[in-house]
Write a protein that binds this ligand. Structure first.
Ligand code: ZN
Length: 158
């Protein structure tokens, strides 16, 4: 285990962009969500990322709020932080579409035809040059997929 700072300096210098660093150092919506109705845990054994994602859905199954907690590398934390910003106000179906769009985009399979403007999520594009890091970036999205389906088992990238 190398320290996060050393990882940033040595291993992934060119991968990170300012937005990613900002979200990794100051994650948005970090912590338990008191009014959570849905929950899932995401684990990426390859990197050691472990995140819990909380969602608050209203009676119409729209996501009112999202938060996360846990520990992981800068990419997984930044991706989770961005996720909690993006999913607010989405319906479950829209969240599903985002899950598909983000995971296939980061896996490099190109345009999914979803019509979704990934916006800030494109800041994660650097992982596409580092295949071992793709799972770090997609982990929170797998947790999102699991949470909206109330999967009982932890989401895993494996
Ligand atoms: Zn990671």
């Amino acid at each position: 285990m190398t320290s996060p700072d050393r990882q940033l300096d040595d291993e992934l210098r060119e991968l990170y962009r300012e937005l990613i660093l900002d979200h990794a150092r100051n994650p948005r919506h970090f912590g338990k969500l008191a009014a959570a109705t849905h929950f899932a845990e995401g684990i990426n054994p390859l990197c050691g990322d472990k995140l819990k994602l909380y969602l608050q859905l209203d009676e119409r199954q729209n996501i009112q709020a999202a938060s996360f907690e846990g520990s992981g590398c800068a990419i997984s934390i930044a991706s989770a932080s961005l996720l909690t910003e993006v999913v607010r106000g989405l319906s479950v179906a829209e969240a599903e579409a985002w899950f598909t769009a983000v995971t296939s985009h980061l896996a490099g399979s190109g345009d999914t035809g979803s019509g979704i403007d990934l916006g800030k999520i494109l800041a994660l594009d650097g992982v596409r040059d580092f295949p071992s890091r793709i799972k770090c970036a997609t982990l929170p999205w797998h947790a999102l997929d699991a949470a909206v389906h109330k999967h009982a088992v932890p989401a895993s990238t494996e």
